[in-house]
Write a protein that binds this ligand. Structure first.
Ligand SMILES: [Zn+2]
Length: 455
């Protein structure tokens, strides 16, 4: 049975305005997007026999003709758009909406690391978070790192792909490899560096099933005073990681706050470069030069949460300053409009998974892109859909509402192309379809009276 989203405005993931159209899904794919009124009757104007333009399976059946057994979804008053892609996911960071883990709230409380967590408990937490993401409209997620060593994300990805768990299509990432003797959980590091050890880490993580390998190319003020300016890997180590990643067919991602760490990332094939708060002119030029090969993720959500939503979790103004959140947010607010102007691909995804920034709240990044970085609402949606598909290396497959694309479809009440904050309220997500299967189909929407049957 096909599904037809009828009578809505369609935002297709690109940079064009939404337009009235119907969307036809067959199996796991979008097969047609038919401008309303152009060879396809509108819902309101549908003639009584309008549905019977084709018989199922009839020879010469055209994808854009209705069939008698099509399931109709009434999208009037809604925008039909691609599922969102989370560009900096941490499903293993324990806090989710409605389930906050105070013990993981660095640097206020790191007791989470001091307790033992059976593998099944870690898996259950991540699985819950994955479902929170899907329920928030994220049909795909690009992981920015596992919290702990272990195969939680790999197990979860496989379970999601097999239909045994609900969640976004997950591109997994390894634990974040530190490289500083003072850093949390860090490896020993001397001035000569350890390219052999770095390459071995990349190979081991790839062999364990991770598709993204995460390195902390810089430290961070959250971990240690002045950490954001501390570059933790040298050129030889990054080059060794690059060679090993290419051989293993995995992506390199990094946490990079200092200018030097960003330059090392760009020069050594890192695909997703996170934060970049303190880049200099040389680094900005380098980023622009390589803009077709890289993605930038500010992870702005956590900075915002630390500054404005931390009090009840012990993160007051003094603490936020110690964590570098005010300096980082101020730097990002200057930098990202410039990176955007220069055509960098910037992806939403804001380190959700902390008590003051829980998994499930991820759509809030889009609004911050608009208010802080000068994105138009459509540019923010584009960053979270089509650009997300490119980030996943699945351009042409994920991130657009267009024939041939996977049917990851949201039906959003109201018009998020004018106000992206509508996406923050899951009550506005009337339908969430992933790969042609509904995760959510609001009764009100399916049950609305339409001309012709909703089956
Ligand atoms: Zn992160």
């Amino acid at each position: 049975m096909r599904t037809v989203f009828r009578g809505g405005l369609v935002y297709d993931g690109g940079l064009s305005a939404a337009r009235p159209a119907d969307v036809i899904v067959d199996g796991d794919r979008v097969v047609a997007v038919v401008p309303t009124g152009d060879g396809f009757p509108t819902v309101d104007g549908l003639p009584a026999d309008g549905l019977r333009t084709d018989e199922p399976g009839a020879n010469g059946a055209r994808a854009n003709e209705l069939r008698t057994d099509d399931r109709m979804v009434d999208a009037r008053g809604c925008v039909v758009m691609p599922g969102l892609v989370e560009g900096h996911a941490h499903v293993t960071f324990p806090s989710g909406l409605g389930a906050l883990e105070g013990g993981f709230n660095p640097p206020v409380d790191v007791s989470y690391f001091l307790r033992s967590h059976p593998a099944d408990e870690l898996y259950a937490t991540a699985a819950r978070n994955a479902e929170l993401l899907l329920g928030a409209g994220f049909t795909s997620a690009y992981s920015a790192g596992s919290l702990l060593p272990g195969d939680t994300e790999v197990r979860l990805r496989d379970a999601i792909n097999a239909g045994r768990a609900a969640g976004p299509r997950l591109r997994t990432a390894s634990v974040e490899r530190d490289n500083h003797f003072e850093g949390h959980g860090g490896d020993k590091h001397d001035t000569a560096g350890d390219p052999v050890g770095v390459a071995a880490f990349v190979r081991d993580m790839a062999a364990a099933g991770f598709e993204n390998i995460k390195l902390l190319l810089s430290n961070d003020d959250v971990f240690l005073a002045g950490g954001s300016q501390m570059t933790q890997y040298n050129q030889a180590e990054a080059a060794a990681a690059h060679r090993a990643a290419d051989e293993a067919g995995v992506f390199l991602n990094c946490h990079a706050q200092s200018a030097e760490s960003v330059k090392i990332a760009v020069r050594n094939g890192f695909r997703a470069i996170y934060h970049c708060s303190y880049v200099d002119e040389e680094a900005i030029d380098l980023l622009e030069e390589h803009r077709d090969d890289i993605f930038i993720g500010p992870a702005v959500g956590i900075m915002w949460a630390n500054l404005y939503e931390g009090e009840e979790f012990g993160i007051d103004a003094t603490m936020a300053r110690q964590m570098g959140s005010d300096a980082s947010l101020a730097a990002m607010s200057r930098l990202y409009p410039e990176l955007h102007r220069r055509g960098l691909r910037i992806v939403p995804g804001g380190d959700y998974g902390f008590p003051n920034n829980p998994n499930g709240r991820n759509a809030r990044d889009l609004g911050l892109f608009v208010t802080l970085f000068g994105f138009s609402p459509i540019e923010a949606l584009h960053a979270a859909t089509q650009v997300g598909g490119e980030l996943l290396d699945r351009a042409g497959d994920i991130g657009r509402i267009a024939p041939g694309f996977l049917a990851d479809v949201l039906v959003v009440k109201g018009d998020p192309t004018r106000d992206v904050t509508l996406l923050e309220d899951r009550a506005n997500l009337l339908a969430i379809m992933k790969g042609g299967a509904f995760y959510k189909l609001d009764d009100a929407l399916a049950g609305r009276p339409t001309v012709g049957a909703v089956r």
